[in-house]
Design a protein around this ligand. Structure first.
Ligand SMILES: NC(=O)c1ccc[n+]([C@@H]2O[C@H](COP(=O)([O-])OP(=O)(O)OC[C@H]3O[C@@H](n4cnc5c(N)ncnc54)[C@H](OP(=O)(O)O)[C@@H]3O)[C@@H](O)[C@H]2O)c1
Length: 321
């Protein structure tokens, strides 16, 4: 499924089956995750990185159908999920083997499509970049988002305290069920005041960017780490260097899709980190995929409308085969 160039319409197209490159596997797709980036890509605002297919879709689950000649550690028929640079809204996709993860034992194959983007984003940002430790306070903006619902569970599981922002009582209730203890309705309350009353955030996982920059720095604890992964609130803002220095705080920004496949800070490294940190928690059932709703691939328009509505809690999936 692709966006028609110059429009925001989606169309189903017939393409040749992908062949695996020497270091790739081909996956028979069972389900694909829907991401905010897909909405931007279909509007022409988030083009795929050079070399990536322009079919939508940043993550899938399914079964390995073919292996490249240099691939080891996987076999045809293995149930897996994978992080993609694109191409997931399809019956088959070729992906570097280093971006593939085994289906966690406690998770069904369709729901496994809800994991690669959120798990890799949270492991690489909250733990690798943000160094969240047991007993520390993590503030997650958009606690009921796909990313938020996963981050709450993993942080709670490692013994961190979790604060979240969300827009409705229903969303905050769900965050509490998942392990959040400080619930902030950002429409009614100033999150800075509440977080400071709690002693300050050691790590903030931010999706708002410019809009929250000044408030986030005020909410940080001494030595705090602000990790920005989204720019839903804009890209340019003023930062008080004095405030940052006084707190010995740091501001970090990252993306996942534009990382190289292998080497330093690559997708391969992120996937390996995620497998080490998060997969044991998924295998044991301590962390679960949170799926808001599932649509057939032919109903991708409706799935996008659901994400765009802002009403979803957790991930939206497309089933393919
Ligand atoms: N950098 C990376 O590598 C990377 C990777 C994956 C995702 N992301 C980004 O992470 C973000 C979340 O992704 P997702 O797929 O989980 O998105 P999603 O499920 O669509 O969630 C978006 C969230 O934004 C929240 N939000 C909107 N305005 C807010 C505000 N003023 N304060 C606090 N929260 C607000 C919404 O919560 P309410 O309805 O409660 O307002 C909603 O939960 C997106 O911006 C995405 O682009 C970045």
């Amino acid at each position: 499924m692709r966006a028609i160039a110059g429009t925001d319409q989606l169309s189903v197209v017939t393409l040749p089956d992908p062949e695996p490159g020497p270091h790739e596997v081909v996956i028979d797709v069972v389900a694909a995750g829907v991401n905010r980036a897909d909405l931007l890509q279909r509007k022409g605002l988030y083009p795929p990185p050079p070399g990536a297919v322009d079919t939508l879709g940043l993550e899938v689950s399914g079964r390995i159908a073919a292996l490249g000649e240099h691939v080891s550690g996987w076999k045809v028929g293995d149930e897996v999920c994978a992080l993609l640079a694109g191409g997931g809204y399809a019956e088959k996709v070729a992906v570097p083997a280093v971006q593939v993860l085994p289906k966690p034992t406690a998770v069904d194959l369709v729901s496994a499509a809800a994991l690669p983007e959120v798990a890799c984003t949270v492991a690489s940002n909250v733990f690798d970049a943000g160094h969240l430790a047991s007993g520390e306070l993590l503030l997650i903006h958009g606690g009921s988002s796909g990313i938020g619902t996963h981050a709450i569970q993993v942080a709670h599981a490692i013994g961190a305290r979790v604060a979240v922002t969300a827009r409705t009582a229903q969303k905050l209730d769900r965050c509490r069920e998942l392990g959040a203890e400080v619930l902030i309705n950002y429409a009614d309350d100033d999150f800075v005041d509440i977080i400071r009353e709690c002693g300050g955030a050691d790590v903030i996982l931010d999706i708002m960017g410019a809009k929250y920059l000044e408030q986030n720095v005020r909410a940080l604890n001494t030595g705090g780490r602000l990790v920005i992964i989204g720019m839903q609130g804009g890209t340019k803002a003023e930062l008080s260097i004095a405030a940052l220095m006084t707190k010995r705080a740091s501001v970090i920004g990252t993306t996942l899709r534009s990382r190289p496949v292998t080497g330093s800070n690559s997708k391969a490294e992120v996937v390996a980190t995620t497998r080490r940190i998060t997969w044991p928690l998924l295998d044991s059932g301590e962390v679960l995929p949170i799926v808001d709703s599932t649509f057939g691939l032919a109903d991708a328009e409706a799935a996008h409308a659901r994400l765009d509505s802002g009403d979803a809690i957790g991930k939206i999936l497309l089933t393919v085969n």
